[in-house]
Design a protein around this ligand. Sequence first.
Ligand code: SF4
Length: 257
Amino acid sequence: MPFDPRSPSPVERLQQELPALDPAGRLALLRRSVEGPIVFTTSLGLEDQAIAHLIFTAGLAIEVATLDTGRLFPETYALWAETEARYGRRIRAFYPRQEAVEALVADQGIDGFYHAIEARKACCHVRKVEPLGRALKGASAWVTGLRAEQSAHRGGLELATWDQGHGLIKVSPLFDWSREAVAAFVEREGVPVNPLHARGFPSIGCAPCTRAVAPGEPERAGRWWWESEGRDGAGSECGLHLTPDGRLVRAARGAPR
Ligand code: SF4
């Protein structure tokens, strides 16, 4: 029986029922349980490709969307095209507002994000956070490729949470999977993946803000590495999964009434 996603009970119910299922079952249960649009945002990374494969092959009515910041790797654009051709499904693109990008570059320069963390956050806001808000507008649930062990900053992640900032259910069907398990899955299923993974890029974002990592480094150490060096080396976060006041969206046991 479908339920109202604004009620606290759906999150609690999903928190109870999802852990026993595999990712395909989790996505299917989410789709059956929630009325209204569900959006999966992909950055075409390893985890996201696994989830896109599950959505496309099962024919689930979940919109697959991506945020094209304009600064992605050529390999990412090529994978985007390859994925659409492989599955015969369109990945919906959301772009930054033209006037906002023009104002940003006029203010801080084309690569101003290297010079101050405030400039970097401003760039991520214009190119990612604001478009994400439009991608999720009107959605009842948001599917992400987050995994708990990707970063120490994600320790509070749960498989299903109420995202207070966006006012929807947030489900991360791979949250308890290891990177090795995801890699084995995509290998077994023949899922197209970004060739940069094999060149030392476990986590792939915008080209100027992502470097390869050395063996043994944390997965996200190559993201905004100039900020994380000398801190915890675990990599920064772009703000997509933070609350407006800068904290991670911690697990909420229920939605506010
Ligand atoms: Fe800008 Fe870098 Fe953030 Fe991409 S990752 S939006 S280029 S600061």
